[in-house]
Ligand binder design. Structure first.
Ligand code: SAM
Length: 237
């Protein structure tokens, strides 16, 4: 009999399947990207669409991989299938599928209106910046960072106020906000650009005050001063 320690309790089977899936999807889209670049035939009507899509999928799979690897690096005792953030919420999965649907419907019916390099460069810039802030925050806060907001103070929980946290209280939310909006700008998805901006902003509007209330309780001396000298990072919050 296989001990549950190696199966369901820590979700190792799901971790293996998710890791394989993410690796496979990333590899497939890297191959697609190289193939499209090699073919280099812009006269083919869907050439641009596959190029754009392949870059997006590589960024998306890298994002989920980086969430897991950063958790594994600093919180090995907590790492699980959830650390990929693939099952973040139903709303997140609906958002993903909606943006894919918008992309392919528009790419099919209006291929020439889809590949707007000006927006793609802005979107890619936001994705790269968002990714750097997201990973940078996790690697700065180390074990103090957790995907779920901790409601009970651990003895070793320290308030991080250096590095990316010096001027921005929520650098990982800043990163994720701009990553998600940037992904839709990159795909030239007008509807999802608006929807993602509104949904991400609304998500952080509820989450940030809740998280800060708990941090104030954890660090009653330090947090008010820290809050007074920093910005949240998410616009208008
Ligand atoms: C998903 S992380 C997000 C961290 C932070 N809001 C950010 O955007 O980088 C949430 C956890 O980080 C912790 N946390 C948030 N800010 C922190 C800080 N400056 N120092 C230590 N822990 C922090 C919270 O207690 C919570 O359990």
């Amino acid at each position: 009999m296989v001990s549950s320690q190696f199966t369901s309790d820590v979700g190792l089977g799901k971790v293996a399947v998710a890791a394989f899936g993410i690796g496979f999807v990333m590899a497939a889209h890297l191959c697609l990207l190289f193939w499209v670049i090699l073919v280099n035939d812009a006269s083919w009507i869907y050439y641009n669409a596959f190029l754009q899509w392949a870059v997006y999928m590589v960024c998306l799979t890298f994002f989920h991989f980086s969430e897991f690897i950063s958790t594994a690096a600093f919180k090995p005792g907590y790492v699980s299938y959830e650390s990929f953030l693939l099952n973040h919420s139903d709303a997140y999965q609906i958002a993903l599928f909606t943006s894919w649907a918008e992309y392919w419907v528009e790419a099919y019916f209006f291929p020439s209106a889809k590949f707007i390099q000006f927006f793609m460069w802005i979107g890619l810039g936001l994705i790269v910046m968002g990714q750097l802030f997201r990973v940078g925050a996790m690697w700065t806060a180390k074990s103090n960072f957790s995907h779920r907001i901790e409601i009970a103070k651990r003895k070793d929980h320290q308030l991080i106020t250096h590095g990316l946290y010096k001027y921005i209280r929520h650098p990982s939310y800043f990163g994720w906000f701009y990553w998600s909006v940037g992904s839709q700008v990159f795909l030239c998805n007008p509807l999802c650009t608006i929807a993602y901006t509104a949904a991400s902003w609304s998500f952080f509007k509820d989450r940030i005050p809740y998280e800060e209330e708990i941090l104030l309780d954890f660090f009653p001396e330090e947090y008010p001063q820290y809050k007074a000298r920093t910005i949240s990072g998410v616009p208008f919050l």
